[in-house]
Design a protein around this ligand. Sequence first.
Ligand SMILES: [Zn+2]
Length: 116
Amino acid sequence: MRFLRMEGPYKLDSDTINTKVSLTSPGNYALGKESEEGKFLVGLVGRSDSDIRDSLASWVGKTKWPHFKFSYAASAKAAFEKECDNYHDFDPPDNFTHPERPQDTNWQCPRCKIFG
Ligand SMILES: [Zn+2]
């Protein structure tokens, strides 16, 4: 089984983001839509190294996906590793490349050898 381990889904608009995402924190998100059966279909996954709310707000009006899910992360590294897991688990249609690590780190993907 694949799990996002995120809360939601919520509507992707500014009011909802400001209400539901109250902390300034690293974190992870998924954009997508709910199927008619109420299942969340993942369209794209991403992360923020410092402010998950700001990252979500930047998508408002710029994506076809109407809903989001999110989770806070304890650190930027934890957010990176979770993004990798989400990417490999869901192979989202709008993630065209593997998640990037911050340039000044030597972090490794927990799931593949892309960073050598
Ligand atoms: Zn990987």
